[in-house]
Design a protein around this ligand. Structure first.
Ligand SMILES: CC(C)(COP(=O)(O)OP(=O)(O)OC[C@H]1O[C@@H](n2cnc3c(N)ncnc32)[C@H](O)[C@@H]1OP(=O)(O)O)[C@@H](O)C(=O)NCCC(=O)NCCS
Length: 126
């Protein structure tokens, strides 16, 4: 798995207990996975999050921590792409969350699933 994006945890990212707010983290990883999926599917720009499996909040992060987000393809379907994701502490590599399955679906102009036509994973550097 490649870890692409990094975030520096700031005061506005915290929950009332002073640690990283889980909803914020989910928003970041959803966007990260969407961008990764678009890169994998080439010209497909209309992708939606369809499914996320159980999310395991393994450990927390605090203000000043640097975290990194990783996504990798598990499989390619007809209109879907299935990925898994992990967020970890950049310095000590401790896992913060792991998500086994994230499914994004390519949609046509009618809002219905549209075949993306991709059968092979793209270069991991995308
Ligand atoms: C995405 C959407 C159009 C799919 O509609 P649908 O009736 O489930 O479509 P289908 O049953 O044809 O499934 C489409 C693909 O999703 C996959 N899929 C559907 N439900 C799934 C699930 N629960 N888990 C994993 N994959 C699933 C199917 O296997 C299919 O993949 P394939 O084409 O690669 O074989 C519809 O559910 C939708 O609009 N959802 C809202 C999405 C959204 O707005 N997300 C943003 C967050 S709110």
């Amino acid at each position: 798995m490649q870890f692409y994006s990094r975030k520096w945890i700031k005061p506005e990212d915290l929950n009332p207990n002073g640690s990283l707010f889980g909803g914020k983290l989910l928003s970041w990883i959803d966007e990260e996975a969407a961008i990764f999926a678009m890169c994998q599917l080439g010209k497909e720009k209309h992708l939606v999050t369809k499914f996320m499996s159980e999310i395991n909040f393994v450990s927390s992060a605090k203000q000043g921590d640097i975290i990194e987000m990783g996504v990798e393809v598990v499989s390619l379907g007809r209109s879907s792409i299935t990925m898994r994701a992990e967020v970890r502490n950049k310095l000590n590599k401790a896992t913060i969350i792991s998500i086994d399955t994230m499914v994004f679906v390519s949609l046509g102009a009618d809002g219905k699933p549209k075949p993306h036509g991709v059968t092979q994973m793209a270069d991991s550097d995308l």
